[in-house]
Design a protein around this ligand. Sequence first.
Ligand code: ARG
Length: 481
Amino acid sequence: MKENEGNFMKGRRKSHSSAARFVKKLWGGRFTKTAEEWVDEFGASIPFDQELVEEDIEGSLAHVTMLGECGILPEGDVEQIKGGLIRLLEKAKQGELKFSIAYEDIHLNIEKMLIDDIGPVGGKLHTGRSRNDQVATDMHLYLRKRVEEILGLIRGMQRALVAQAEKHVETIMPGYTHLQRAQPISFAHHLLAYFWMLERDYERFSESQKRINRSPLGAGALAGTTFPIDRHRTAELLGFADIYENSLDAVSDRDFIIEFLSNSSMLMMHLSRLAEELILWSSQEFQFIELDDAFATGSSIMPQKKNPDMAELIRGKTGRVYGHLMALLTVMKGLPLAYNKDMQEDKEGMFDTVKTVIGSLKIFTGMIETMNVRTDVMERATKQDFSNATELADYLAAKGVPFREAHEIVGKLVLHCIEQGVFLADLPLDVYKEASPLFEEDIYDALHPRTAVNRRNSAGGTGFAEVRAALAKAKQLLSTP
Ligand code: ARG
């Protein structure tokens, strides 16, 4: 692919009188003039849609097989075309095909190569088909495969989260709201929050396969075809579960790509939040974790630095995925039915999103697997704040004091501590008694962060028993295929 991009770049620097300018177009019949090369370049999609080369040939193989079975093309022609296509597919897999701007896109490039290889009979491949249903088919095949890969990678990252969580059920850390210490929690509980976000991402991608797995092939340019084709047969050959019901819809909607970009945006939003946390946690201020050297970089000037670059990049790349979603929504919003060339703009954002999501998931899995968790620092942090204040309010409320009053009493105690420069566990019992006669010696146990965490065993809470149950559920999910 690199090589081909190279050719493209070379072409750009040449003057307009290069050979490509005078190449006869496959659709050139009604034209008396050829476009200047720089105009061709502007219109061409081959620099990027060559990514679809394998899907394009697979689609053609199914199409020509069906043409033979339906008696539309004689078997001899079908065999020749198939032979040529298979040779092209092999070359494509070896990266040996040379694409040309003069043939605009992947579909015409492949058709031209086929004709060059087997002669004019290659020109029969396009019977009963248009590039409009062809390109839509290619992209459905492409996304189906990539979404499958993404699903596997989400599972991989979930596994990494579960593996870390298993080691840290009883590791306690400050839980935050407003980035202020709120209540102590189990570190495993924090990690598992992301497990469940990813589980919903998994569901979304997986459910989208139902809509991706439909064949547009045979819709023709927009209206179907006069040839007695069998759309169900090509769908079956390509492994599609069904066909698009309406030919106009089949060639002109890109909702399956928008849905992919939307699901990807949601996933990246989740990854970006965790990235932000890793960045905070690995700072001098928190020191909750240390990222493995393999996922960090140094500074060219400050020798002491270890930067969480990979996490920052994932947070940053989230922006480009949102951008691709917004771009395609905007491309599509004003288009009359059916196909319009605007829709060629659907590809680069989709390819880039696939690459970004796959890369981000791989990096993230590695970062989580290898990060070093500073359990001592996390636990120490829970003892140097007022995140156990709720325990005292709950203590009084459990003894019948209306929670609102209990809140007020404890609020005053916290204020007293701040004035004295101490924490709640440092106050003597008589100060507590003065605040409320219901306080007894056992408050000191309740004030222990570890006790505070462990007592929260309401469903989905951070209590150790509840976290162990959640872990078991998560592992069960990962083991069901
Ligand atoms: N390169 C085009 C695209 O990506 C393929 C479809 C072209 N169809 C057409 N009628 N010009 O959208």
